[in-house]
Design a protein around this ligand. Structure first.
Ligand SMILES: [Zn+2]
Length: 411
């Protein structure tokens, strides 16, 4: 593909790159190249087939979102332009999209995320609820829904799930008026008013989703807000088992993780995945969050061991995987610094594009443009660390150089 063609697509694609930086997120792409030792270890893993409903512990039932797609790294139903770059030799059909989780041993339960809004999901969720003890009183099935972050495959199901829960309650309580329905509370870490980046663009559909929620299907805050704001380190007591909230931004600004102590599990949403490595909006924040997760409960003999991700299976060696994620990023960072320490291959200064051409030399050229976004995110993080500086230019032609010979930031 001509370089000019690649660059002409960069503007449109860059919006998507913040959502999905391909070379660093897609398990599929790991069949290409050998950019780092860590990547090499991660390559070749077979994507695991998961049942739609799984009781994964005494406290937790996993329900798949029925949204298989390349977009969720799990199937063919969505094909935005970005994915023309994805090799097509992957069998996506055996994977079934975003994981949601029902927490609790007795009604009412807590639901983690609502998937994308596919019509196939509410019946599956309903079937999952039917496997659990049913409320005998006018209690709802679900008292609280915790949303992990603003991405559409986690929030899109809010309207249909809330409608389902009201419908189930009305069926169980035909003589009660709907005004007496104890509707679920919705919880989410707030996005700052002055947020920049992709969360401030049209790719954030949160407000549209909220507008689509039927009246009377949820309990707003005392101030009339849709979401009850989650806080870092908040103990979520209205549930069984007890949940502690960790704000772990980076994948998105509002991403959270949840410590589910009874399971010795950390719910990681999209920050750490069951297979593959996650994407991120802000690498600096992302690495800070990975380190925070690694440190959390490290010296606690009852600290978490396993991970409950929003894509892929339960991770048994949770801390080891988080360490691998960090190592992978730092290896990539060191690669970039090594390139910047050398003489530019095409004269002048190093640009994002010439860096990509060196680091991804063994990858197919049609993957270089997605790789450029990943390199840019690394450079932006290194700029904040005052290790590199932006020298000018735009897009993939942006020039970068070292501020000093200091090779690595402290993390
Ligand atoms: Zn996400």
């Amino acid at each position: 593909m001509l370089l000019a063609n690649l660059r002409s697509q960069c503007g449109a694609l860059s919006r998507l790159f913040q959502y999905t930086t391909l070379l660093d997120c897609s398990p599929f792409l790991r069949s290409f190249g050998t950019a780092t030792k860590t990547e090499f270890r991660l390559m070749g893993e077979k994507l695991e087939d998961l049942p739609s409903i799984s009781k994964i512990s005494d406290n937790v039932v996993r329900v798949l979102g029925q949204n298989p797609s390349k977009f969720t790294l799990q199937g063919p139903s969505r094909t935005p332009p970005l994915f023309r770059f994805i090799p097509s030799d992957i069998d996506y059909n055996h994977l079934t999209g975003t994981n949601t989780y029902i927490l609790g041993t007795q009604v009412p339960y807590v639901l983690l995320d609502t998937a994308e809004g596919k019509p196939e999901y509410p019946p599956i969720l309903s079937s999952a609820l039917d496997t659990l003890p049913t409320p005998l009183t006018p209690l709802p099935d679900i008292s609280d829904i915790i949303v992990s972050h603003w991405h559409i495959d986690h929030i899109g199901g809010l309207p249909s799930v809330l409608s389902l829960l009201l419908s189930r309650w009305q069926t169980r309580n035909p003589t009660l008026p709907s005004t007496s329905y104890p509707a679920p509370r919705l919880h989410k870490f707030p996005i700052p008013q002055d947020v920049t980046g992709i969360a401030a663009t049209k790719h954030n559909h949160l407000s549209e989703v909220v507008e689509s929620i039927p009246q009377g299907t949820f309990t707003p805050t005392a101030e009339g807000n849709t979401f009850h704001d989650l806080r870092d380190n908040q103990l979520f007591r209205s549930s069984s088992p007890t949940i502690r909230v960790l704000h772990t931004p980076g994948h998105t600004i509002d991403s959270i993780s949840l410590d589910i102590a009874d399971d010795r599990a950390l719910y990681t949403a999209d920050t750490v995945l069951g297979q593959g490595t996650a994407v991120f909006e802000d690498l600096g924040l992302y690495l800070q969050s990975l380190n925070k997760m690694l440190e959390y409960g490290k010296n606690d003999t009852a600290g978490y061991q396993i991970l409950y991700p929003c894509h892929g299976p339960v991770v048994k060696n949770g801390r080891e995987l988080i360490s691998t994620y960090i190592k992978h990023r730092l290896e990539r960072e060191e690669q970039i610094l090594q390139v910047l320490r050398g003489k530019p291959t095409e004269g002048g200064n190093w640009t994002i594009w010439t860096i990509v051409k060196v680091i991804y030399a063994s990858y197919p050229e049609n993957l270089w443009l997605p790789a450029a976004r990943s390199i840019e995110l690394h450079l932006l993080k290194l700029k904040r660390d005052r290790v590199v500086q932006r020298l000018g230019g735009e897009g993939v032609d942006t020039a970068w150089g070292l501020v000093s010979r200091t090779p690595s930031p402290s993390l």
